[in-house]
Ligand binder design. Structure first.
Ligand code: ATP
Length: 282
């Protein structure tokens, strides 16, 4: 596992472990997550996988404060996220990019990424939007940082282009740029390679590694592409029907009988978790 020595991001924020402890989420009578525990170590790439309906999105939404949890605790270092509302996450150092793009298609790439800065902008989003004069110096500083982040993502040529006009893979990058614009210590990626070609997926894998290695940011991702997951993850947590069935390094997860059974439904026909799943891999 690659870890920044001082456990700091390049932007100087302290990187803390994300601890999911005994997490249970219920929807009426359905137990979507059943006493799930795992830790995302600082400076690691941690994948959350499992067949359809396993509880991955529920877990993401519980960490993000979107879903109310029934039992358990979620902490980022000493900060208790259990009762934290979704809109406070950015300020606490968690950036999230979404499975379905949530960009404003008519706004420029620059403005979309700048939206991610509002949690850090003294005057808040409203002042930025109104271009209040007393915030012009800080707006310039934030603008420079937005440009730097877009350079890192390789999308500076699109800064003045409406986000909706970009190819799909580049729109994904804008979404990640916006999540990085909050200067996170933890980046949550919801199916970053969904809908991508093999070449775009390989580029995305490199980008995620660069986020960890160059920015020092921990990454928690949900992803269906097993090649990407097993190629870049330091640790893999596997859910099935809301229960944790494996939490280990990729090689151990790939050869786990419980994981093979969950994906293939039949150990005898097992290859590995990267094989042809009975249910869609995720
Ligand atoms: N808002 C909700 N209300 C009721 N049930 C829900 C809700 N969200 C998820 N569920 C149920 O919780 C279980 C876990 O769903 P979840 O979406 O977390 O799985 P997933 O692993 O993300 O699946 P997929 O790979 O298909 O996205 C499923 O049975 C699902 O139907």
């Amino acid at each position: 596992m690659t870890q920044t020595t001082a456990q700091q991001t390049r932007s100087g924020r302290r990187v803390r472990p994300l601890r999911v402890d005994d997490l249970t989420v219920r929807f009426g009578g359905l137990v979507a997550l059943d006493h799930v525990s795992f830790t995302v170590e600082p400076g690691s790439i941690h994948a959350l996988i499992g067949p359809n309906g396993a509880g991955k999105s529920t877990c993401f939404n519980a960490i993000s404060g979107v879903y109310r949890i029934a039992e358990g605790r979620i902490t980022l270092g000493e900060i208790d996220l259990t009762k934290t509302r979704a809109h406070r996450l950015a300020g606490l150092g968690i950036g999230r990019a979404f499975q379905s793009l949530s960009l404003s298609p008519t706004s420029t790439v620059f403005d979309n990424v700048m939206l991610g800065r509002h949690s850090l902008t003294a005057g808040g989003f409203l002042s930025y939007g109104l271009r209040a004069p007393w915030t012009s110096r800080s707006a310039r500083r934030h603008g420079e940082r937005v440009t730097e982040i877009c350079e890192f993502l390789g999308i500076t040529r699109y800064l003045r282009t409406p986000a909706g006009a970009l190819p799909y893979g580049d729109q994904k990058r804008v979404d990640i740029a916006r999540a990085l614009a909050v200067e996170p210590t933890l980046l949550m990626l919801d199916e970053p390679a969904a809908g991508m070609s093999a070449g775009e997926t390989a580029d995305m894998a490199r980008l995620i590694q660069d986020v960890r290695d160059e920015l020092g940011v921990s990454v928690l991702l949900v992803e269906h592409d097993m090649g990407l997951v097993m190629g870049i993850a330091d640790r893999v947590t596997v859910l099935d029907f809301g229960r944790l069935i494996a939490d280990d390094v990729p090689a151990a997860v790939q050869s786990s009988p419980a994981v093979i059974h969950a994906y293939l439904g039949n150990e005898d026909s097992a290859g590995d978790a990267g094989g042809e799943p009975g249910r869609e891999a995720g």
